[in-house]
Design a protein around this ligand. Sequence first.
Ligand code: HEM
Length: 172
Amino acid sequence: MAGPAPVRRLRPLAALTLVLALAPGLPAVRAGQAPRPAERGPPVRLFTEEELARYSGEEEDQPIYMAVKGVVFDVTSGKEFYGRGAPYNALTGKDSTRGVAKMSLDPADLTHDTTGLTAKELESLDDVFTRVYKAKYPIVGYTARRILNEDGSPNLDFKPEDQPHFDLKDEF
Ligand code: HEM
């Protein structure tokens, strides 16, 4: 008598693909293939300081951007915090990492420079970075300082925050 029909076992690669496709929050990347444009999300840009400065909320219909730890966030949906005349408008149009770490709006602190911050301030920075910025706002790019070395060559240690598909070669 014939036994039960053999259960077809998924090949390991197929199983991994299935897990990736079903896991919430993970991009549906097919094994071995570059993601299609629709799966890549909006394109991500490199921002020079001058470019970032254009998005400080001065103009009503312009998006508002700010950077923390070299990651440029679109904070337009937080207009009540960041728009013109709003309490944290000073943080916009630049990398305000130090100000966020110290919870300071002192112009001297509105810089990417983290030199001399205390362990507590660095911890607070990571907390706000993850729980406020990454949780609430889309990433639209990275500062040139984060992506490039001082001589303009690509920084090979660059790691995008939550865009596993992001590849310097594709973007620039
Ligand atoms: C008297 C001083 C301050 C008070 C009472 C205050 C109060 C608040 C409150 C209530 C929120 C949460 C708002 C919400 O989620 O609806 C908030 C968010 C925030 N505060 Fe302050 N704050 C003060 C000073 C500062 C300073 C000096 C900074 C400097 C960087 C700062 C940076 C932030 C940031 C980055 C957020 C998150 C905004 C967002 O969700 O995008 N705060 N603050």
